[in-house]
Design a protein around this ligand. Structure first.
Ligand code: SF4
Length: 446
């Protein structure tokens, strides 16, 4: 259970020496309660106090690493229920689960399909970060051989074994890759603990409801496994999301034991549309790993996109550098349009310009990462700012004409921009989707 700041303060040295960077021991205690400091920042705390405080100072949800090396992912470690309260920090591992009963050609094709699940969105590469292998055959040798083939993907793996002995056989092919072993139940957890301990791998635990999974996690932790993942997604999507939400809330409030671990779901919904929808629900609330049998790019991309959107810091809008960009083989006569430095806006405009095949300059104005209308309303996209950009050396050196295309939503600034810059101002379309047609028709006629 959570300790209050005063309880923690009583166990600190109370010398107010400031070595921890806080003015007083009480201030340090208050930071500990909100996980804004760690106990090791006080060099003088006694071993006895450390033992008593370790629980209070530990993050409410354990950070668990799956995999090894460059591909390793860390899940859990979250501190809030809602992203806008602070931020979500550790994106869920999203990946495909492959069965171990495929013939060699099918397996090779599925592995290739998983490898291709990588996309560029708003200037960042996103892709599957984990892969599962499911022991549907019930055969240890088939499981081990599929795991060996899938290990070539060099992604963190989840070994979904029928029994602990099959996980042990598969580990012979990939133990150094530190896969997540799935999943201990009330009936066989001692065997799974033995296998996970000997391979030094994290272990998933599962059960019919949150209470039983949490109770099992406590037993597993007492048996010496610290890196635990809770599989709460075995029932309906409603039950799964409800259980994960309850686990997150109880963990953050430190109201129950055995819930302070990341959660996971293997989404088995047969309808592909519903499956994608379920995966998205788990990404939002509050899975650390989401596995699906789907491997179509059109199925995986929406799940990755949602995760990318949720796991950015809401306090820092994703921005691109404010400068003059060129798309295609531009010349001094190429059109110049301006937009804001909000990443999503810039990359949407850029992709539409690319699609038009009209070489174009895009002038990006620093609007502190806000979109066109927000920036205009907040005076971050003003005629003075755009005029200063148009008169800058980088524009003068690149562009010989004096015509600028502004977003349709800020048509109101066209008069003042013309006065401030002396440039002819053309009002572009409101939506980026109409840019391609605009560049091919309106611009060509100017
Ligand atoms: S370093 Fe320790 S003893 Fe010194 S002020 Fe901080 S908490 Fe107190």
């Amino acid at each position: 259970m959570a300790l209050k700041a005063l309880d923690i303060f009583k166990l600190l040295p109370k010398t107010n020496c400031k070595k921890c960077g806080c003015p007083t021991c009480l201030a340090f205690a208050m930071k500990l309660t909100t996980q804004k400091a760690t106990l090791d920042e006080c060099p003088d705390v006694s071993e006895d106090a450390k033992a008593q405080l370790s629980g209070a100072a530990a993050p409410p949800i354990r950070l668990v690493a799956i995999g090894a090396g460059a591909a390793k992912i860390e899940i859990g470690g979250e501190t809030v229920m809602f992203r806008h309260e602070e931020s979500f920090y550790h994106p869920p591992g999203i990946g495909v689960v492959l069965p171990d009963n495929l013939d060699e050609d099918d397996l090779r094709a599925r592995i290739a399909a998983v490898k291709a699940l990588s996309f560029v969105r708003v200037g960042m590469r996103i892709g599957v970060t984990v892969v599962g292998v499911e022991n549907v055959s019930g055969d240890a040798a088939a499981f081990a051989s599929t795991v060996k083939a899938v290990a070539s993907l060099e992604l963190p793996m989840v070994l979904i074994a029928r029994q602990a002995a099959h996980a042990e056989a598969a580990l012979a092919e990939c133990a150094a890759a530190r896969p997540l072993i799935h999943a201990a139940t009330d009936a066989d957890w001692q065997e799974y603990v033995r296998v996970a301990k000997s391979a030094k791998c994290p272990l998933a635990v599962t059960g019919p409801d949150l209470d039983s999974v949490a109770a099992l996690a406590v037993q597993v932790r007492k048996a010496g496994i610290e890196d635990i993942v809770l599989d709460l997604g075995a029932g309906s999507i409603a039950a799964g999301v409800e259980a994960m939400t309850a686990a997150r809330r109880l963990a953050l409030k430190r109201k129950a034991d055995g819930v302070g671990f990341p959660c996971m779901a293997v989404v088995r919904e047969p309808d592909p549309y519903q499956n994608v929808s379920d995966c998205c629900a788990y990404v939002a609330k509050y899975a650390g790993i989401v596995l699906t049998p789907l491997s179509g790019p059109e199925q995986i991309a929406p799940i990755l996109t949602l995760s990318q959107n949720l796991y950015t810091d809401p306090r820092k809008p994703v921005q691109v550098e404010a400068k003059l960009y060129s798309v295609g083989a531009v010349t001094p006569q190429s059109p110049l349009l301006v937009t804001t430095n909000f990443s999503l806006t810039y990359y949407t405009v850029q992709s539409e310009v690319e699609a038009s095949r009209v070489p174009t300059y895009i002038g990006v104005i620093d609007t502190e990462g806000t979109s066109v209308l927000t920036a205009f309303a907040a005076d971050k996209l003003s005629s003075e700012k755009v005029a200063a950009f148009l008169m800058s050396a980088e524009v003068s050196e690149a562009v010989s004409h004096r015509k600028v295309i502004i977003p349709g939503y800020v048509a109101a600034m066209s008069g003042s921009l013309n006065e401030d810059s002396g440039w002819e101002v053309l009002v572009g379309p409101r939506e980026a989707s109409a840019l391609s047609k605009y560049l091919k028709t309106v611009w060509q006629d100017t």
